[in-house]
Write a protein that binds this ligand. Structure first.
Ligand code: 5AD
Length: 374
């Protein structure tokens, strides 16, 4: 089968994706990597964008079955960074050469809308960084307020498009809670650049479900998609998954499956910003990041959370750079980027077609996206 799947639809597309997800032949796979790399070069070029992450709070009211900072984990100490610490950290991120700061937290309702707005305003006053928020499922009024204050982007992963699997790993927040597809639509309507993503190899995620996840994510019309492997965390209900016998058809939570998913996404969405995730570098520390960048990705998201806090933000075990200084992390990243003949971008790395897309389609975000039919 040809690695060119851009023209396919419906059952043909589904078949082609399944084919690649099941593929083990290295020569065949080399064709997939080459196509993804070529599409990446043609559509987004050789630049690599650095988005500096600050994990501003590890408090969380949710009990997601996979996540180490879920509310039921009483073994970690909880923190919220001060506004001064966050702003200072954002200045460090700008000095380090990143174009974007990502403010990430658990779903922490003690972070008030006003406080977040003040933090955004202060960062915008002190730096020229793009501000991305990754704060979970927040209310439409809050999302609007933050957008009006100057936030540029919002990340909310769908994790999977399969409603049954989604519900199994995400105990609900409340009856009236919106689903993530609705929130992504709201974000687009508010004019955010939107990011989403899936987890790869979630227990219960079959190859068929993963195929549907890729098709759904590619059809979401998002500007960025971050997809990394599921990593079992010992203080979660999914602890012990690594040693369990996997049922037939279960999608792997390994590096190869991760490369395949991201290569396919690059081919299906040529202009999308695609990060090589920290979760991938965690399971494949030696060359995961470089291979991710050579198989479709064009974004790296280095972690700038100050050390004592970073150790408490363990969504999964053994995050790369867990104990390294900012200087070490950046040095390693730049070395990797140069070793594969690419360069670190000096601009913010907005989605290439973002302005054009909004101009051509002012109703963007009003389309209906929802869970895949079951
Ligand atoms: N393994 C891999 N990824 C995880 N995430 C959370 N927990 C895990 C885990 N155990 C990812 C989810 C979430 C993001 C913040 O991190 O995709 O959206």
């Amino acid at each position: 089968m040809n690695a060119d799947i851009q023209q396919l639809h419906g059952s043909e597309l589904r078949e082609a994706i399944r084919y690649w997800l099941l593929q083990t032949d290295v020569r065949q796979l080399a064709a997939l990597w080459a196509t993804a790399d070529q599409v990446r070069r043609e559509h987004v070029g050789d630049a690599i964008y650095l988005r500096g992450i600050i994990e501003i709070s590890n408090r969380c009211i949710r009990r997601c079955a996979y996540c180490g900072i879920n509310a039921s984990n009483h073994r970690i100490s909880r923190y919220t960074m001060t506004m001064d610490e966050i702003v200072e950290c954002a200045c460090t991120i700008e000095k380090a050469g990143c174009g974007t700061v990502v403010l990430q937290s658990g779903e922490d309702w003690t972070l008030t809308p006003l406080w977040i707005a003040d933090t955004i305003r202060e960062i915008k006053k002190r730096t020229s960084l793009a501000v991305t928020l990754s704060l979970g499922e927040r209310l439409p009024e809050e999302l609007r307020q933050w957008r009006e204050t100057g936030a540029d982007r919002y990340l909310l992963k769908i994790e999977t498009s399969d409603k049954v699997l989604y519900d199994r790993i995400h105990p609900p927040r409340g009856k009236e809670a919106p689903n993530r597809f609705e929130i992504l639509n709201q974000l687009r309507r508010l004019g955010y650049e939107t990011g989403s993503g899936i987890m790869i190899g979630i227990p219960g995620q079959t190859i068929d479900i993963l195929t549907e996840d890729i098709i759904t994510l590619a059809g979401l019309d998002v500007d960025m998609a971050g997809s990394g492997p599921f990593i079992a965390h010992r203080h979660t209900p999914l602890a012990g998954y690594d040693d369990a016998i996997k049922p037939d058809g279960q999608a792997g939570n390994d590096a190869l499956t991760t490369y395949k998913v991201n290569a396919l996404l690059r081919i299906l969405c040529p202009q999308m910003n695609l990060p090589t995730t920290t979760a991938l570098s965690t399971i494949s520390a030696r060359n995961g990041r470089a291979l991710g960048l050579q198989r479709g990705a064009n974004v790296i998201m280095p972690n700038f959370t100050p050390l004592p806090y970073r150790q408490c933000y363990e969504i999964y075990p053994r995050q790369t750079g867990g104990n390294n200084s900012k200087e070490d992390i950046l040095h390693v990243i730049k070395k990797t980027v140069h070793s594969i003949g690419r360069y670190v971008a000096s601009n913010r790395g907005d989605f290439v077609q973002y302005q054009l897309r909004r101009h051509n389609n002012p109703k963007r975000g009003e389309g209906v996206h929802d869970y895949a039919a079951v």
